[in-house]
Design a protein. Sequence first.
Length: 229
Amino acid sequence: MSIKDGRYEIKFVTNTANFFNIINWVKLHKSCFYSPYPDREINNIYFDKYNYFAYSENLSGTSERNKVRYRWYGNNDLPVNGKLEVKRRRNFYGWKESFSVNNHPDYASSKDSMNAFKRHLENQVDKKGKFWIQNNPHPTMLNRYDRKYFISDDNNIRLTVDSNLKVFDQRYKSFININQKANIPETIIVEFKCDRNQSENLSKAIEGIPIRVSRNSKYINAMRSIHRC
């Protein structure tokens, strides 16, 4: 996938107290949103350069920026089979490069679980995937959250609602930290996505949403929280 396939994305962030207001707004929306998939828990470990180049790019809103992460689904605390993903963005358009990791990660020992995990990733992905890991060797944070999925009845607008966000600092850890949570704002994130030729319909879909658009993201808020630690 490339910029030619990039989706138009727009994100809203609000306090957790507004969760049921948002869900009701979605259910009553004129686009007749429905849930194509069951809710599920999403887990990510993010990687960066040691100078936090990716974080700096995302914080400043650089027009072209990337985030490297390993994603798995479900309530497994430690990584299981999933995907190495490079989330790429240019201006308002976003797309992902994905590299499947089909075998369950094998951890050499609890004292060296992070390095064992990174070695496992490199052994599972192709040359391009190795490039992203080797150029972003520094695990920074793990986040997990619950996601609700919605899609408009014409299948043109996709919408997700993320809640119950938890963040765990992974910097300079020899083990994968799943016990010491960072303090983060209690927020929910609403994101709309559509193909590039549906931007006009997207503008109509977000009319009347009871929260403001925000450039802040789960990633930025999480990184801010661990940098304060």
